[in-house]
Design a protein around this ligand. Structure first.
Ligand SMILES: [Zn+2]
Length: 317
């Protein structure tokens, strides 16, 4: 994993490189920000540099960097679904949360002396998935950290971690990516250029969000050709999908992201007022989904309002 492969987050990366260079490593960091913006990739690049026994740069091929890139570094742990599944002899998909038994194993590892590098690094991916008992068990270790052990908690919401874990860590906030950056990452990963453009506009700055919803976006794009009845066509498709409630919820997120993006580009008082109303209404519709409200009707309403907004926007700009 290389820092140079990461798009965006320049300030945070500069700060992490400075930490490595000056060897001012704190024992616990929290990397927080919406999902799908590269936090885990940055945590991995940071870990590689800390463990490195050579040049401490992206091109280094010291023994430590080689082991790290092969995934066999003895002083490194990535605590995630796959790690827990391997401990329990189960499948990664079966792991809904990070259990206390996994954290006990991590604590045991943290107390050993580093066996190759100067440090040991433990990354917790989706750290908020640790059950409360697991976080509590870890707390003492963070309070009295073993020498030369570094913990990195990666999460979309630090509020889901115990306040005592947060207060004993340095928090790095990561902003959503620029829309152009999401577009470039999608294109680089082989997605169709036209679709990538639409997906980036709808992503809210998250690559994983864009990729997850690319199918739904395709449906919306194709339905536009039906003109006045496009809202009915998409609503019908959504109602027939495997999980209509989830699909409507995704649809609302996509449309809200798009509306926000248009407003950002066209700062006009009337457009902003209109956008605020639609986004607010959409968020209320999202709440309705918890009750037994017809998902086809909600899809139709949010799409109808969205297409109306687009038409009005075209008339203004
Ligand atoms: Zn190295």
């Amino acid at each position: 994993m290389k820092f140079s492969q990461i798009i965006g987050h320049i300030k945070n990366i500069e700060m992490l490189l400075k930490i490595v260079k000056e060897n001012k490593i704190f024992h616990s960091y929290i990397f927080t920000g919406v999902d799908g913006i590269g936090k885990k990739m940055i945590a991995l690049a940071f870990a590689r540099h800390i463990l490195c026994i050579g040049e401490k740069n992206d091109e280094c091929i010291c023994e430590s960097c080689r082991m790290f890139l092969k995934g066999i570094h003895p002083d490194f742990r990535l605590v995630d679904k796959t790690f827990q599944a391997s401990l329990l002899g189960e499948e990664p998909e079966e792991q809904d949360n990070i259990k206390i038994s996994t954290i006990r194993e991590v604590i045991r590892f943290s107390q050993l002396a580093p066996s190759f590098s100067k440090y040991k690094v433990i990354i917790f991916d989706d750290a908020h998935k640790m059950v409360i008992e697991a976080q509590n068990a870890l707390l003492k270790t963070i309070e009295e950290p073993p020498i030369n052990t570094l913990f990195i908690f990666v999460t979309h919401s630090k509020n889901l971690l115990l306040p005592t874990v947060v207060s004993r860590s340095q928090v790095l906030n990561f902003s959503p990516l620029m829309i152009d950056d999401v577009f470039n990452i999608l294109k680089k990963n082989g997605f169709d250029e036209n679709l990538s453009f639409d997906a980036a506009e709808s992503s809210g700055g998250s690559v994983s969000f864009a990729i997850k919803h690319i199918g739904l976006l395709k449906d919306i794009k194709e339905a536009v050709k039906y003109g006045q009845i496009a809202s009915f066509v998409i609503a019908y498709k959504i109602a027939k999908s495997q999980n209509p409630k989830q699909s409507v919820s995704s649809l609302i997120d996509i449309l809200n992201n798009r509306i926000y993006y248009y407003v950002e580009k066209n700062i006009d008082r009337y457009v902003i007022q209109k956008a605020v109303l639609i986004i607010k209404r959409n968020l209320t519709y999202k709440k309705y989904l918890r009750y037994n409200v017809n998902s086809r009707i909600i899809s139709f309403l949010v799409l109808y309002n969205y297409f109306l907004f687009r038409r009005e926007l075209k008339e203004i700009v």
